[in-house]
Design a protein around this ligand. Structure first.
Ligand code: GTP
Ligand code: MG
Length: 364
């Protein structure tokens, strides 16, 4: 899963990046260069750990999140933001960091701290990115239609009408994620990779003094920005980045002292991202490898099998399925699972559940 961190200058993007990637990819608080910081983080998973205890596999593979911290202030049609837009649009979700902390030693580029102003400004820039894409496409369509036979025009006309609706929506100042589209329209538009269609985790970066009000502030921002495809988390990125450097026990003690939520930003971000994207995970387990796989909620057994390899989807026959707990209780013994009636045989229409351990039987 790819998450792109964006936000205005000095909002705390790199601090958030450091907090969520922990020691795995440390970079300076100020990103001097013009290259994005990239950190790949394993998604902690007690189910994988338990299964590893049973199978002692040669290889263990956790689900992963790839975080990219973009060293840019905005996404105007000019300037350095431009070159990253295409890359950013390929992310699965955006993490929009907004500054709510006061600190005179870190001057705000606008001269004052105003989270709502900054959120609106960045959202507007992203809206312009998509608007530009649509305008260029519409111009091309108009050009193409001139030399088109009447019979061919109908399909293009419908697409043009759809783009026109998106354009109007963007011009009203709203991102595309708040548009209601049919599945067919959604599919028709996917190739555009509109940036305002991506789900967003809004990280409200509050000051050290506001930690006691974190819940209250978060609720305020949820009331204002919370929506389908938008989640909100209020945290102090500076402190979280420092805590991320400590070992687990020490950090936990500090979290308690400071009255911080038990879950680290990394864990909260993972939960939020899975929720936003409507995904969960199933597992495969054996002596060769124990592995977690991410799939859309509602995915059927063949679709899940396709995550592993397209042959497994194409040639899917059936799946042997057990819950990870039952698998661990049975110490990985298929015979024991069967005897206890805990090994199910599922067909093509089976909807995979979170924590299923699956063995796919296929034939190509
Ligand atoms: N007091 C305080 N300072 C913070 C907080 N978060 C970040 N900072 C400081 O603000 C400065 C900028 O933070 P960064 O995380 O580098 O912000 P950024 O958005 O990556 O900044 P650029 O990449 O330069 O645009 C650093 O000195 C941080 O230590 C915070 O919650 N409180
Ligand atoms: Mg930075």
């Amino acid at each position: 899963m790819d998450l792109g961190i964006i936000g205005k200058a000095r909002s705390g993007k790199t601090s958030v990046f450091n907090a969520v990637t922990r020691g795995t990819a440390q970079v300076g608080a100020y990103s001097a260069g013009n290259e994005p910081n990239v950190g790949v983080v394993k998604v902690p998973d007690e189910r994988v750990e338990a299964l590893v205890g049973v199978f002692t596999p040669k290889k263990t593979t956790y689900a992963e999140i790839r975080w990219v911290d973009y060293p840019i202030d905005g996404f105007g049609t000019e300037g350095p933001g431009r070159q990253f837009v295409t890359e950013l649009a390929k992310a699965d979700a955006l993490v929009h960091v907004v500054r709510a902390f006061e600190d005179d030693s870190v001057p705000h580029p606008e001269g004052s701290v105003d989270a709502h102003r900054d959120i609106d400004a960045l959202n507007l820039e992203l809206t312009f990115v998509d608007l530009g894409l649509i305008e260029r496409r519409l111009a091309r369509i108009d050009q193409e239609m001139k030399s088109m036979k009447a019979a061919d025009r109908a399909g293009v006309e419908a697409h043009r009408e759809l783009l026109g609706r998106l354009q109007a929506h963007l011009e009203s100042g709203e991102g595309l994620r708040s548009m209601s589209l049919t599945d067919a329209e959604d599919k028709e538009l996917r190739a555009y990779q509109f940036i305002t269609m991506l789900p967003v985790l809004l990280v409200v970066n509050i000051g050290e003094d506001d930690l006691g009000r974190a819940g209250e502030i978060e609720a305020e921002f949820v009331a204002r920005y919370g929506a389908d495809g938008v989640a909100v988390a209020a945290l102090c990125a500076k402190i979280e980045a420092e805590l991320a450097q400590m070992d687990t026990e020490e950090a936990a003690a500090f979290r308690e002292d400071l009255g911080l939520p038990e879950d680290s930003p990394r864990d909260r971000a993972i939960v939020a991202a899975y929720e936003l994207l409507g995904v969960h995970s199933f597992l495969t387990a054996g002596e060769d490898e124990v592995r977690a796989w991410t799939v859309a909620k509602g995915a059927t057994a063949p679709e899940a099998a396709g995550r592993i390899h397209s042959d497994l989807e194409r040639g899917f026959i059936r799946a042997e399925v057990a819950s990870w707990r039952d698998m661990v209780d049975a110490k990985g013994s298929m015979a024991e699972l069967k005897k206890a009636g805990k090994l199910r045989t599922e067909g093509k229409t089976y909807v995979v559940q979170d924590g299923d351990v699956m063995n796919i039987l296929f034939n190509v």
